[in-house]
Design a protein around this ligand. Structure first.
Ligand code: URA
Length: 210
């Protein structure tokens, strides 16, 4: 099991994150960078996956060689911004099963409201990777993990691009068993629940809405 909190300080991640934070980076560039960073975050969050040996034949001889053990992973995207991370992680783990949790944030209470939930079967036997670029208050992330646990998941990890200290704390309180992998823990949340300095609304930046 990875550490409770992993901040991926790899220079490529930090460089790409800076470009994403820049308000002058337009949607197409933002999406491309998010996809690229998600490869590197996926590398980190999967580094302890179990392997088993299988027999294969190379052109020269037979050998026992490692492959991933167990059932296919489940990737769970928290809509809508999670989809930006999902695409990149699927590049690396194309056989993963995919689920979606639809939660929107009530702008007054900042509490999550569920509107969609569709996840793969057999979550109890799978490594489950939940993706959402912004761990802000942590309310929707913690609520999504609650739902996944109710659906049977026991081995859950959470990947985000940016986290606020408040969100990390909230996830840790609610789900101490769920490790968080991120590219940065920023300074704070502002009064509207945005991460500061952050990068703004990840969904709007990704899809060009506003
Ligand atoms: N969601 C976002 O997209 N951005 C934030 O800063 C906080 C939550």
């Amino acid at each position: 099991m990875p550490d409770h909190l992993t901040v991926v300080r790899h220079p490529l991640v930090q460089h790409k994150l800076t470009l994403m934070r820049d308000k002058d980076t337009a949607s197409a560039g933002f999406r491309r960078l998010l996809r690229e960073i998600s490869h590197l975050l996926a590398y980190e969050v999967t580094r302890d996956l179990k392997l088993t040996n299988t027999s294969i034949e190379t052109p020269l001889q037979e050998m026992e060689s490692p492959i991933l053990a167990g059932k296919k992973l489940a990737l769970i995207s928290i809509l809508r911004a999670g989809n930006g991370l999902l695409d990149g992680i699927l590049d690396l783990i194309p056989s993963a099963r995919v689920g979606f949790v639809g939660l929107y944030r009530d702008e007054k209470t900042l509490q999550p409201v569920q509107y969609y939930f569709k996840v793969p079967e057999g979550l109890n036997d799978r490594v489950v990777i939940v993706v959402d670029p912004m761990l802000a208050t942590g309310n929707s992330s913690a609520a999504a993990v609650d739902l996944l646990k109710q659906a049977g998941a026991t081995n859950i990890r959470f990947v985000c691009l940016l986290a606020a200290p408040e969100g990390v704390e909230r996830m840790h309180q609610a789900h101490p068993d769920v490790p968080v992998v991120t590219a940065s823990v920023d300074e704070k949340l502002n009064d509207h629940g945005y991460i500061v300095p952050g990068l703004g609304d990840a969904g709007d930046r990704m899809f060009g809405t506003k």
